[in-house]
Ligand binder design. Structure first.
Ligand code: DLZ
Length: 162
């Protein structure tokens, strides 16, 4: 799946949304790009005082995302990178993180940004990490999606979504 066809909705005012970023710690150069992209989006959307926490690996993203959502964060942006190795571990970590994050969103009603890169190689991951020379900026995209979704959910819950 490539970034072709992605929406280009621009920034909206999210200054009063409670937003947290949870980021895994494997593949630090890629994570640095994803986190920087998330921070750029948070600034563009005027989010005030977002929280950022780190977890060891992508497997740990859902449980911490759930704790943040339960604490009242309306948008939780999950960032991680899983790179295929020679064992089935890749599939287990990817599906646990993906299914877990989906569950967090549906169970808590928080908007969860899905910024998990699942790549065959580190080069592919770097190309999506929003670094100089990257063709995509998945940290920014995941944050933007979470903020638009949280804003829509708030309007629906207040009864004035169209
Ligand atoms: C174990 C593991 C492996 C092999 N690869 C990755 C990876 O590419 N990206 C990532 O975020 N985490 C990886 N992990 C760690 C697991 O996510 C988890 O942290 C450990 O299995 C401990 O629960």
């Amino acid at each position: 799946m490539s970034g072709e066809g992605s929406p280009d909705a621009g920034p909206i005012d999210c200054h009063d949304l409670r937003v947290a970023v949870v980021a895994a710690s494997w593949h630090e150069p890629v994570m640095d790009g994803l986190i920087a992209g998330a921070q750029r989006a948070l600034a563009d959307y005027q989010v005030e005082a977002p929280t950022t926490v780190r977890v060891p690996g992508s497997f740990e993203l859902p449980v911490v995302a759930a704790a943040l959502a339960e604490k009242g964060y309306e948008a939780v942006v999950a960032l991680g990178v899983v790179i295929r190795g020679g064992t089935p571990h890749f599939e287990y970590v990817c599906s646990a993180a993906t299914d877990g994050l989906n569950r967090v969103s549906l169970d808590t009603g928080a908007a969860v940004g899905f910024g998990l890169l699942t790549c065959d190689t580190e080069e592919q991951a770097l190309d999506r990490a929003g670094l100089d020379g990257s063709s995509e900026d998945k940290g920014y995209e995941a944050t933007s999606a979470a903020l638009h979704t949280a804003s829509l959910l708030r309007r629906i819950r207040r009864g004035y979504a169209t």
